[in-house]
Design a protein around this ligand. Sequence first.
Ligand code: FAD
Ligand code: UDP
Length: 372
Amino acid sequence: MSLKKEYEYLIVGSGLFGSVFAHEATKRGKKCLVIDKRNHAGGNVYCENVEGINVHKYGAHIFHTNDKQIWDYVNSFVEFNRYTNSPLAFYQGKLYNLPFNMNTFYQLWGVKTPQEAKEKIQSQIEELNIQEPSNLEEQALSLIGPDIYEKLIKGYTEKQWGRSATELPAFIIKRLPVRFTYDNNYFNDKYQGIPIGGYNKLVEGLLKDIEVRLEVDYFEDREKWNALADKIIFTGKIDQYYNFQFGQLEYRSLRFDHEVHDVQNYQGNAVVNYTEREVPYTRIIEHKHFEFGTQPKTVITKEYPKEWTAEKEPYYPINDERNTEIFKKYQQLADGESNVIFGGRLAEYRYYDMHQIIGSALKKVSVHFGDE
Ligand code: FAD
Ligand code: UDP
């Protein structure tokens, strides 16, 4: 006869996946323990208060979704504001609007009507004669032509990923809208915003009344943690879970340099991308603009892409062929587990946005608890 364990669920990682799962399991009467190796909950959406401003410590996070259920779900924990992301691109001393829209086309070529813009792009694309785009460079060129590719995509992409755009998968760029209206909204989704008071409110709402232990790494004593609970929800790195037996999965890392400036408004916008190769950072974030802040000082963050090594934070999975093959092997092992559920960006090795993570956690919850 096996002894009853102290918890029904051990949740490794307090990011959005872990927090949503913990919340939903607790709601269904299950006893959960959440652990995280960082000194705070929330994973990459965590904000730090500096000078009264919510600083997105692990990079700018803008919530957007087309799914009303997911929008209502997050708004049930914290109300979201009406922030609309409309980043600018800085290239060789000039500013351009993003995503690619009539404002960008006017700034580049002086074209004023959608017809003129379409003709200009079409004439550039035709010359290239790309049938089936097989990588990011071909995808971008066949979508928008060489002018925009050279000025606004190539440099940014190659420094972001540390690889030539010809070695990157096409899907990375497919997420960027191309529009023939004067609309600078970066996302096409129906719902968009930032939690009023910051993302910590969302995470606090999800984890309310749930036991969370911080600064504990599951791998430092996995026997002990396994012994505490019947089931495990694992949101860390899947290759590490399996002792790297098929090799290490690769990531792209980032360094965030946060600076406080004694000015009220530093760049007039939350996000400015630096698209030329020669500038070492990819973007500058001015956090107060996410919440229309009026504080006397400001905090900006320069985001430097970095080669990933084991001691650095794994931010972006590199979904190239080699890594995809390795991941599939780990996934096969994961599929055979009966007491472990793998979820989130690191365990599923996928470039997921927040709404997708929440959707995926809710789906796994409902399958697991047989709600459907
Ligand atoms: P994470 O947030 O990474 O959480 C995993 C947690 O597990 C971490 O807290 C980690 O410390 C913990 N953990 C890992 N291993 C262990 C271990 N061994 N023991 C204990 N704890 C462990 N999405 C958007 O929708 N909009 C955006 O604008 C946006 N911008 C982004 C910008 C950047 C720079 C990045 C990197 C991501 C961005 N995202 C954005 C994506 C968003 O961050 C993710 O979708 C979401 O936060 C992932 O949640 P998660 O729970 O899967 O992972
Ligand atoms: N991208 C670009 N120029 C830009 C912004 C984005 O070339 O000014 C490309 C780049 O390859 C990037 C991809 O589009 O990796 C996706 O951009 P997104 O802003 O969605 O990335 P995230 O901010 O989520 O990293």
